[in-house]
Design a protein around this ligand. Structure first.
Ligand code: ADP
Ligand code: MG
Length: 249
C-alpha cells in the first residue's frame, strides 16, 4: 500500500535474537491520522515490532522511519527526545502508585516542559476531564480508582505532551467486557479529538472483534511478517486462510 507522508515507514526490517529470526524482512508503512491495528497470534513479533518503532530495539538489518526521521540517524540523546512524539498506553496502565491522578498526568509535563506549575495542573485537569475523569477523582491515588478509571488516567498521561503518535499495546487484555468496550470507545474518541492535529493511533491487539469495529486499517503479523494489510472493510473479506482462521476463532 502507498500512503502520502506516512507516520511510520518500515523497510526490510529483520530482527534476530541469536539464531531466532523474530522479524523477517518486514516492510510496511502506517498512515497518519488513522487508527491502524496490528493483529497477530501471541509470539508473532508484535511487541518486538513496536519496540523498533520506539527505537528501543536496533534492527539487525533494514530501516525504521518515524515522522520522516530514520531512527538510525538519531543518537541516544536525540532518540530519547524524539520519543516525546509518542504517547503510550500499555496493558497495565503503569501509573505511579504514590501519585494522585492529576500528578500522574502532570508528570511528563514536569519532566519535559518548562510550563509553570499552574499551567501544568490546568492542562492535566483538562486532560482528565477529556477522558471522562471527573473533578472528585483528580486527587485520588491509583489504588482508589477502578481499573477502567486507571486506564483513563493512563491515557490522559499518554496525551500530556500532545503526541503525534499514540501507541496502544494490548490495551484491553485482562479487562472485563464492559471496561474493554469503554477503553475501545475511548481510543476512537481520542483519535477523533486529536484528528485536527493529525494524531496517528497504532494498536497492537489480538482482540479481533474490537479491531474490526474501531480500526481504519488492519495489518496481520505472522511469524515476523505482515501477511495481510488492508482497510478494515477489505480486511474482513481477506481470503488469506490465516486471517480467516484468526477472525473466526
Ligand atoms: N529480547 C528478546 N530476546 C530474545 N527473544 C525475544 C526477545 N523479545 C522477544 N523475543 C522472542 O520473539 C518472539 C516474538 O515476541 P513478541 O514480539 O513479544 O511477540 P508478540 O508481542 O506478538 O506476542 C517470541 O518468540 C519471543 O520469545
Ligand atoms: Mg506482545
Amino acid at each position: 500500500m502507498n500512503f502520502d507522508n506516512p507516520a511510520i515507514e518500515i523497510e526490510n526490517l529483520t530482527k534476530e535474537f541469536g539464531k531466532h529470526t523474530v522479524l523477517n524482512n518486514l516492510s510496511f508503512s502506517i498512515p497518519r491520522n488513522k487508527i491502524t491495528t496490528i493483529l497477530g497470534f501471541s509470539g508473532a513479533g508484535k511487541s518486538t515490532l513496536l519496540k523498533h518503532i520506539l527505537g528501543l530495539h536496533q534492527p539487525t538489518s533494514g530501516t525504521v522511519s518515524v515522522l520522516g526521521n530514520n531512527l538510525k540517524d538519531l543518537d541516544p540523546m536525540k532518540l530519547r527526545e524524539f520519543r516525546q512524539n509518542f504517547g503510550m498506553l500499555f496493558q497495565y496502565a503503569a501509573l505511579f502508585d504514590s501519585m494522585t491522578a492529576v500528578e500522574n498526568v502532570a508528570f511528563p509535563m514536569r519532566e519535559f516542559t518548562t510550563f509553570s506549575n499552574e499551567e501544568i495542573i490546568k492542562k492535566a485537569e483538562d486532560l482528565l476531564l477529556s477522558v471522562g475523569i471527573k473533578e472528585v477523582s483528580f486527587a485520588r491515588l491509583p489504588s482508589e480508582l477502578s481499573g477502567g478509571m486507571r486506564k483513563r488516567v493512563g491515557l490522559a498521561r499518554g496525551l500530556a505532551l500532545n503526541p503525534h503518535i499514540m501507541l496502544y499495546d494490548e490495551p484491553t487484555t485482562g479487562l472485563d467486557p464492559i471496561t474493554t468496550q469503554m477503553v475501545n470507545d475511548l481510543i476512537v474518541d481520542t483519535a477523533a479529538k486529536n484528528s485536527d492535529r493529525g494524531m496517528t493511533s497504532i494498536i497492537i491487539s489480538h482482540d479481533v472483534k474490537a479491531t474490526l469495529r474501531i480500526s481504519d486499517f488492519v495489518a496481520f503479523l505472522d511469524r515476523g511478517n505482515i501477511v495481510e494489510y488492508l482497510p478494515v472493510e477489505e480486511f474482513k473479506k481477506s481470503s488469506n486462510p490465516l486471517v480467516q482462521e484468526f477472525i473466526n476463532l
